[in-house]
Design a protein around this ligand. Structure first.
Ligand code: NAI
Length: 289
C-alpha cells in the first residue's frame, strides 16, 4: 500500500512564519521543508550535507523563501550561528524543528566505545538542548513559538533500535516535557514526534541509499505495520505542520507517535485463528444460587 498524496486541504497554515529545520536536506526534514514552504513559511535548512541541500533548494526554486546554512547540530557555535542566521535572513523566528539525526553506535554494549557513545548523544540529544538553548530566548521574547523535536518509537519502548539510539530518543522525549514546562509561561510550545518506520536513507542504514534500495526496504516493511505500509517522510511532515500551526495551540509537552499503529502492538492478523474466528464463549461462571 502506498501513501496518499499530499494533504493540503487548508493552504497557508504557516503563512508569514519563519522556521529552522535541522536535517532538512534529506528524508523527513526535506519533506518538511517542502510542506512548510507549501503552507507559506520561510525556512532555513540546517544540515551537514551541502550536496543534498543544494539539490533540494534548486528543486524548490524559491531562494527568497528557503535558505541553507551548513550546520553541525552537535556543535554549539554552529547552532548559535544557525539561529542568528534565521533571524538575520528572515527577520524573526517562529518554529524550530530539531530533526537532524543518524543511527549512532551499533552493536553490543561491551563493544561500544566511549567515543561512539559521546558522538551518538552529541548528535541526537545535545543538538536538541543546543537548539532550544539558542532559540528559546527569541521565542519567549515574542511570547509565541513552536519547538518540535524528532524522537522515535524507539524512545517509547526498548527493542526497536540500537541501545544508545533508543536511550537518546527516550531522553529527547524527557527533554521535550521538562523544557515545555519552563517555556509554557511564555506561550512557547515544545512537542516531540515519534516516527515509526519511515522510508528514508537513515532507515536503510546509509545516507547515500538510492531510491531503488529504499523502495525494496518499503516492500519488505509493509507487512509489519498495522496500517499496511511503511511511513513516508510526508507522514511526519504533516504532523510537523500541525504542531507548527495554531491548530495545535493548546498542545505542549507531548510525545506523538506517527507510526501506522506500530507502537500499539503487533498487527492483529499476526495472532492467527483464535482471534479471528468466532467461537461460543466457554465461561466458568458458577451457576446462580
Ligand atoms: P535522513 O538520513 O534522511 O536525514 C537525516 C539528515 O540529518 C541528513 O540530511 C543528515 O545530513 C543530517 N544530519 C546528520 N547528522 C547531522 C549533524 N551532526 N548536523 C546536521 N545535520 C546532520 O534520515 P531521516 O529518517 O529523515 O531522519 C530524521 C530524523 O528522524 C532523525 O532524528 C531520526 O533519528 C528520526 N527517525 C527516523 C526514523 C526512520 O525510520 N527513518 C524513525 C524514527 C525516527
Amino acid at each position: 500500500m502506498r501513501a496518499p498524496g499530499l494533504v493540503s486541504a487548508m493552504a497557508d497554515r504557516l503563512s508569514g512564519r519563519v522556521a529552522i529545520i535541522t536535517g532538512g536536506a534529506s528524508g523527513i526534514g526535506a519533506a518538511t521543508v517542502r510542506r512548510f514552504v507549501d503552507e507559506g513559511a520561510s525556512v532555513l535548512v540546517a544540515d551537514l550535507d551541502e550536496d543534498k541541500a543544494d539539490a533540494l533548494m534548486a528543486d524548490i526554486g524559491l531562494p527568497d523563501r528557503v535558505g541553507y546554512l551548513r550546520t553541525d547540530v552537535s556543535k554549539e557555535g554552529d547552532v548559535a550561528a544557525m539561529v542568528s542566521e534565521a533571524v538575520d535572513r528572515f527577520g524573526r523566528l517562529d518554529v524550530l524543528f530539531n530533526n537532524a539525526g543518524f543511527g549512532g553506535a551499533l552493536g553490543p554494549v561491551a563493544d561500544t566505545s566511549v567515543d561512539d557513545y559521546d558522538l551518538t548523544f552529541d548528535v541526537l540529544l545535545k543538538s536538541v538542548f543546543l537548539g532550544v538553548k539558542y532559540a528559546a530566548p527569541i521565542l519567549m521574547g515574542q511570547q509565541s513559538g513552536s519547538i518540535i523535536n524528532t524522537a522515535s518509537v524507539a524512545g517509547l519502548r526498548s527493542g526497536y533500535a540500537p541501545h544508545l539510539y533508543s536511550v537518546a530518543k527516550a531522553a529527547v522525549i524527557a527533554m521535550t516535557k521538562t523544557f515545555s514546562l519552563e517555556l509554557a509561561d511564555a506561550q512557547v510550545r515544545c512537542n516531540a514526534i515519534c516516527p515509526g518506520f519511515i522510508a528514508t536513507p537513515l532507515a536503510f542504514g546509509r545516507p547515500d541509499a538510492t531510491e531503488e534500495q529504499i523502495d525494496k526496504m518499503r516492500k519488505r516493511g509493509d507487512g509489519g505495520q498495522p496500517l499496511g505500509r511503511v511511513g513516508e517522510p510526508v507522514d511526519i511532515a504533516n504532523m510537523a505542520v500541525f504542531l507548527a500551526s495554531d491548530e495545535s495551540i493548546w498542545i505542549t509537552g507531548q510525545e506523538i507517535a506517527v507510526d501506522g499503529g506500530f507502537s500499539v502492538g503487533p498487527p492483529w492478523a499476526q495472532w492467527a485463528e483464535p482471534f479471528r474466528t468466532h467461537r461460543p464463549i466457554r465461561h466458568h461462571r458458577p451457576p446462580d444460587r
